[in-house]
Design a protein around this ligand. Structure first.
Ligand SMILES: [Ca+2]
Ligand SMILES: [Ca+2]
Ligand SMILES: [Ca+2]
Length: 228
């Protein structure tokens, strides 16, 4: 875990990280050295509608890979999907990713989980330790959206440790809404929504899941097949 974390910013040691989570954090830290193109929290909010639109268009992709049309992508369907997108992850890496994003542990990726998974793949694609680095996913619009999401996280993570702390979140919001008393409370609430495991830090996966909720991606889950 190194000594790079600022005081009060380190994740609680009691929450163990999986190998994959460590890899994601390291990939994010590498990406953070390049900095963020975003200048303010407002500029992130302004991008919400376009991100929302782009992710919704991805629904067709989801349906394409949901071969048995049961409303979820199972491990085998995911492997077929990766094969088709020329994402060369090992079976073990694919299974780890699946487990990390299958938050309901239903052995099936719902649409919002699938989006988070693809975005993590996007972040990991430049991992120098990956057996086969992938150069592209063949979905330029979606990749641009993923880049925006990565960029937003990089903007929030001021000390570049791969996690957004509560203070970083509050700072980001206060920077824009100067003088508004309520903004700090909103920031706190947003943060608590994001920090699922309540370890005081938001990692990229938590950020992505929160994002799919904010833009309402979860709402469209039920448009397709009925699932009892
Ligand atoms: Ca399926
Ligand atoms: Ca941080
Ligand atoms: Ca957390």
């Amino acid at each position: 875990m190194g000594g790079v974390l600022g005081k009060g910013d380190s994740p609680k040691a009691s929450v163990p990280e999986t190998k994959l989570e460590t890899k994601i954090t390291e990939a994010m830290q590498r990406r953070e050295t390049a900095g963020s193109s975003l200048k303010s929290f407002d500029s992130i909010i302004l991008k919400f509608p376009r991100i929302d639109e782009s992710l919704r268009k991805c629904k067709a992709t989801f349906e394409e890979f949901d071969e048995d049309r049961n409303g979820a992508i199972d491990p085998q369907e995911l492997k077929n999907c990766f094969h088709k997108l020329e994402i060369n992850f090992t079976d073990e890496e694919t299974d780890d990713l699946f487990e990390a994003c299958d938050i309901n542990e239903e052995k099936g990726m719902k649409f919002n989980e699938f989006i988070v998974l693809l975005c993590l793949v996007y972040l990991l694609k430049d991992d120098p330790t990956a057996l086969h680095a992938i150069s592209r996913m063949g979905m330029p619009n979606l990749e641009a959206t993923f880049e925006t999401l990565v960029d937003a996280f990089v903007f929030l993570d001021k000390n570049k440790d791969g996690y957004v702390s509560k203070n970083e979140m509050v700072d980001a919001i206060n920077e824009t809404a100067a003088g508004e008393r309520s903004s700090g409370r909103i920031a706190m609430k947003r943060f608590e929504e994001m920090d699922w495991d309540r370890n005081g830090m938001v990692n990229f996966k938590e950020f992505l899941f929160a994002f799919t909720r904010w833009v309402g991606i979860e709402d469209i889950e039920d448009e397709g097949e009925d699932k009892v």
